[in-house]
Ligand binder design. Structure first.
Ligand SMILES: CC(C)(COP(=O)(O)OP(=O)(O)OC[C@H]1O[C@@H](n2cnc3c(N)ncnc32)[C@H](O)[C@@H]1OP(=O)(O)O)[C@@H](O)C(=O)NCCC(=O)NCCS
Length: 139
């Protein structure tokens, strides 16, 4: 069956990779642990240029927070949005933590879809919030 639903939120974010490199250089583990889950850190740290991958995940978190219209803050924190990588395809998806799931439930959001991309200089991410359709479109 084809998944169906309504788009109930959208967010996009563009990050300068150099900004992440400087934040990591300045704050190190303090920044990493405040913003990224252990599995996210493990993936980024496995790369030759970790900041490029941190930048992509940072962009996803901000894009999701914009899709909810809350920004990162009391309603949804950095660690409430985890970027999970499909080990077979490499495709990213989002897992919401307790607070994020509660926010999603309160909005009727049943799925969060994301896409991310990076170049040497920038990372960009897009998020869509979906709610299950209550009525199927009929031909
Ligand atoms: C909402 C948030 C993600 C915006 O991100 P940003 O990097 O500051 O700004 P961007 O340039 O990516 O986006 C700005 C646009 O986001 C939009 N925006 C602002 N607040 C928003 C919200 N609550 N929901 C959705 N979109 C929002 C606006 O359109 C804004 O553009 P405008 O000022 O021209 O209208 C940001 O305010 C936030 O919550 N950041 C986390 C704060 C933090 O802890 N930072 C420390 C880094 S460790």
């Amino acid at each position: 069956m084809t998944p169906s639903g309504n788009v109930v939120g959208t967010g996009v974010d563009l990050v300068e990779n150099e900004r992440l490199r400087l934040l990591l250089e300045k704050w190190g583990a303090r920044f990493r642990e405040r913003v990224f889950l252990p599995a996210e850190q493990e993936y980024c740290e496995s790369k030759a240029s970790p900041w490029l991958y941190y930048a992509g995940r940072f962009a996803v978190k901000e894009a999701v927070s914009k899709a909810f219209g809350t920004g990162i803050g009391p309603s949804i924190g950095w660690l409430d949005i985890e970027v999970v990588r499909n080990p077979e395809t490499g495709a990213p998806s989002v897992r919401l933590g307790t607070q994020g799931s509660e926010l999603a439930r309160s909005r009727g959001v049943t799925r969060v879809l994301i896409s991310l991309s990076h170049t040497h200089h920038f990372a960009v991410a897009h998020a869509l919030l979906m709610a299950d359709a209550t009525e199927e479109l009929r031909p």
